[in-house]
Design a protein around this ligand. Structure first.
Ligand code: IMP
Length: 181
């Protein structure tokens, strides 16, 4: 069985990636040590830098996942600042910002960064389109899942099993797997 080290402190990301890759006979091992996160407007350079930094530090091939929620009416906010906003404002404050907005379209984006020691980092991007709900709904998933409406139900309501078939993370991992093979 192939093994891969996934550097993340985020339990939700880890359990999704573990589940998706288990179906492909890949064992995912979590490493929570972290890495420096660049301040960039795009997720790709953040994931690439993180993957290279850890691959060099550990001397092993590693993957990372940098992701975020991009809300159209808020010009892409919180985007690369999604973790900070989630921790310091939370879903209710994001809903407040969206109170008077008619255009509720939003995109979840996940960038998988992969790097081997002495190699150059590669990135694989996946997106899923949805709408910002009017209230938090459902208890599944993590982070923004209860406010991300996918075809009439939030990821929080739809639960991980379904989310893992359509999510931004699933799409990014599919591209990564295609490359691995
Ligand atoms: P980062 O990738 O560590 O910069 O953090 C991204 C942040 O976006 C996380 O802390 C979560 O709050 C949020 N996030 C990323 N992916 C998802 C997802 O699949 N569902 C809900 N929230 C997510």
């Amino acid at each position: 069985m192939r093994k891969i080290i996934f550097v993340t402190g985020n339990k939700g990301k880890f359990s999704e990636v573990k589940e998706i890759l288990a179906a492909k006979d890949i064992e995912v091992i979590q490493n929570s040590d972290g890495y420096p996160e660049l301040q960039e407007n795009e997720l790709e350079p953040i994931a690439a830098y993180g993957a290279k930094w850890v691959a060099e530090k550990l001397g092993m091939p590693v993957m990372v996942d940098d992701s975020g929620l991009f809300i159209k009416a808020l010009n892409g906010f919180p985007g690369p600042y999604s973790a900070f906003v989630e921790e310091n404002l939370g879903n209710k404050r994001v809903l407040k910002l969206m109170e008077d907005e008619e255009d509720r379209t939003a995109t979840f984006k996940s960038v998988i960064g992969y790097c081997e020691p002495d190699g150059e980092p590669l990135t694989f991007t996946g997106i899923v389109e949805g709408n910002i709900a009017f209230e938090e709904l459902g208890t599944g998933g993590f982070g923004y899942d209860p406010i991300f409406d996918y075809n009439g139900k939030t990821f929080g309501e739809l639960g991980d099993e379904f989310k893992n078939t359509v999510s931004h993370r699933r799409k990014a991992l599919d591209k990564f797997l295609e490359w691995l093979e």
